[in-house]
Design a protein around this ligand. Structure first.
Ligand code: SF4
Length: 676
């Protein structure tokens, strides 16, 4: 039995116990009972991870495009093709196009060493939570958050507010904690834009769900802040001692957010708003967990900033959970080695706007790892068109023949989590784990480290490439187990002796909290007024404007909800999981279906100015009017247009942080006229 961490982009970062069989490698994977957060359980997707490892659909050998077709090749042939493809291409003409397909720090970050050596351009990581992070950090500086494992228990928490997160699908191990609280009589509130599965189960346990109009969360937060001042529930001492701009914020919200305005903006009843604020005012040890649902919008950064500002008004900044990245504070430069870059790094390009950038003709080569941009980026038609350019040399390192890999000039087969070593740290709790390699890959797959080191050597990068006087030796003659050790050693000060010993032994280790000087904002305090946001063209204090749809003019709001069968685009290429995805569907209120003349169970065409998809219409009376809900990225083989939901959405960016505006999308519904 060996242990590791689920590698997916999920805050739970569950502990996996890997049962080995001498003949076939990994026999079974189950939850690790010793893992502090996941306590022995895995979600349904990862519980069948062994299927992914042993899937006949995995890429086994490199593929090189010859005469227009991707054909099997040896690694030497593939490396030669890369050397040839990059001939005369250098520096900013190359794009590093990676994301979070594997959350391990070593495998995810090592390819950047090659990108630095090449002088490649990077993107700004805008596609997931950039707006949420920008809004949160504008107020709070760091993302550490309370220890939910310790604090979300009866006796230590007297109210839990889950805001903008369908945790049952996106952080399922929070659910047992919510159940324990709710059944013990602790008020648990869930705020979302439709009756999510999380809201349903929390209400069944005695909690309370509140449905707000899409994009109105900031208005609710500002309204709650005004009521806190008006009703003497604000923590004035906290505002004075810990915050900057408290008086300015108070002056801005006072009188601006009366109940009737908040009700109009949010769609909540006035009694519902009073009920929520009264419960909040009566809490002494609340926990607030902000998801990123309300931030994937044009006004998303300010929505999060308003929520964080409200928490500060109540004196609860330390009780507001967003992410735990700064709890770990790990420096991974020993893996990526940015100092080997010989010139200044180019300005990062917009990841959200990459389709537009690629079709404009920018970049002559791109390396993709841990990412399926042809599916996961907005305006995916243009992303595909850009990646398919004849004058763009595309190299993709992947487990499966993804939509992006199909466009590549060279495809390199990748290892999966048990087949390489890595270091995992969660962004949803405080546990870190080293996962040592425990099985061999089934074919000629290589890890990110081995793959990109081989490319580096093939390109002629020899020696230490000017590493500082560390004596670390050649940049691309590396061993990933040594790199794991390097990463731990470079951060030795973050561990106690016992934590370090257990980390090296591969145990899940919950690191003790760090101490900080100040809040991590420019002023060192929690900022309710921000000169930095103002200097960037934003408002000085948190503000709210309705979501403008990012310029899209459709009648219906498109919500792409998380899937239970796949994880982003991961698992979409495993036959068994693909079958579980089933028929592509869209949920629509029955009266809306009737209004567009589409019968439930028949195809409906969802159209925007960027594209269309035709899927089965499901009548969902629980869904708010003028909303279309599509779960997951869809099995594109079963969509007549051959694309997924991101073909419909804009590549405009959010108000703060260059984030995506996926949930701002507006579409039209219609009867399909003919099969495209
Ligand atoms: S996807 Fe998330 S919930 Fe599922 S096993 Fe992995 S970390 Fe746990």
């Amino acid at each position: 039995m060996r242990k590791t961490t689920c590698p997916f982009d999920c805050p739970d970062s569950c502990g996996m116990a890997v049962e080995l069989d001498g003949a076939s490698g990994v026999k079974r994977i189950r939850g690790d009972r010793d893992h502090q957060w996941s306590r022995g359980s895995l979600c349904g997707k990862t519980a069948s991870y062994a299927d992914l490892l042993h899937s006949p659909d995995r890429l086994q050998v490199p593929l090189v495009r010859r005469s227009g077709e991707l054909t099997p090749a040896t690694w030497d042939e593939a490396l030669s093709a890369i050397v040839e493809g990059l001939d005369g291409v250098a520096g900013e003409e190359i794009l590093a196009l990676n994301y979070a397909g594997n959350m391990g720090l070593v495998q995810r970050r090592f390819p950047m060493r090659l990108m630095h050596a090449l002088g490649a351009a990077c993107h700004d990581n805008g596609v997931c939570d950039a707006a949420a992070e920008a809004g949160f950090q504008a107020v709070n500086g760091r993302s550490v958050g309370p220890d939910l494992d310790e604090e979300a228990v009866p006796g230590r928490c007297d109210l839990f507010l889950l805001w903008g997160s369908d945790a049952k699908r996106t952080s399922p191990h929070l659910l047992p904690r919510l159940k324990a609280l709710a059944t013990a009589g602790v008020p648990v509130f869930v705020i979302d834009i439709y009756r999510s599965e999380t809201m349903e189960v929390v209400e069944a346990w005695g909690g309370r769900g509140l449905i707000v109009d899409p994009g109105s969360d900031g208005a609710l937060a500002l309204g709650l802040a005004m009521r806190a001042f008006d009703e003497r529930a604000a923590d004035l001492a906290f505002l004075k001692d810990r915050c900057e701009g408290g008086a300015e914020f108070r002056a801005e919200v006072t009188g601006a957010w009366p109940l009737d305005r908040v009700a109009r903006a949010t769609g909540l009843g006035e009694e519902e708003i009073k009920e929520l604020s009264s419960a909040l005012h009566g809490a002494a040890a609340p926990l607030l967990k902000a998801g990123i649902g309300f931030a994937r919008r044009r006004n998303g950064g300010e929505n999060m900033r308003a929520v964080a500002s409200f928490a500060a008004v109540m004196g609860w900044s330390d009780r507001l959970f967003f992410q735990t990245g700064d709890h770990f504070g790990l420096d991974d430069r020993v893996i990526s080695r940015p100092e080997i870059r010989t010139g200044p790094a180019p300005e990062p390009v917009s990841q959200v706007g990459l389709g537009r950038i690629l079709v404009s003709g920018r970049f002559r080569a791109a390396f993709v790892w841990g990412h399926n941009p042809a599916v996961t980026l907005p305006d995916s038609h243009r992303v595909r068109e850009g990646l398919a350019r004849d004058d763009l040399f595309l190299v993709v390192h992947e487990l499966f023949m993804t939509e992006t890999a199909k466009l590549a000039d060279v495809v390199l087969p990748a290892t999966a989590v048990t087949e390489h070593s890595d270091v995992f740290r969660s962004y949803g709790h405080r546990t870190l784990q080293v996962g040592w390699r425990s099985s061999d890959p089934p074919g000629d797959q290589r890890s990110n480290v081995d793959c990109f080191a081989a490319i580096g050597r093939a390109l002629g990068f020899e020696g230490d490439l000017g590493f500082p006087a560390s004596g670390r030796g050649p940049a691309f003659e590396v061993d990933e187990d040594v790199l794991v050790g390097d990463l731990l050693a470079a951060n030795r000060g973050r561990f106690t002796d016992d934590e370090y010993r257990r980390a090296v032994a591969g145990e899940p280790v919950k690191l003790a909290p760090r101490s900080f000087e100040g809040a991590g904002t420019p002023s060192g305090k929690i900022e309710l007024a921000s000169a930095a946001v103002e200097a960037g063209g934003g408002s000085r204090v948190a503000s709210w404007v309705p979501d403008d749809g990012a310029g899209m003019g459709g009648t219906f709001r498109l919500v792409s909800a998380p899937s239970t069968a796949t994880h982003n685009s991961t698992f979409m290429h495993v036959s068994r999981h693909r079958a579980r995805l089933g028929e592509p569907r869209a949920r629509v209120h029955p009266l809306d279906l009737e209004s567009v003349g589409v019968a439930p169970g028949t195809p409906v065409r969802i159209r925007s100015e960027f594209g269309s998809i035709t899927v089965q219409a499901i009548a969902d009376p629980a869904l708010p009017r003028k909303m279309v809900r599509v779960d997951g990225f869809l099995n594109e083989d079963l969509v007549p247009e051959g694309v997924g939901v991101n073909a419909l959405v804009s590549s405009e960016t959010s108000d703060l942080g260059g984030g995506n505006v996926l949930y701002s999308a507006r579409v039209e519904l219609e009867q399909p006229k003919e099969t495209p």
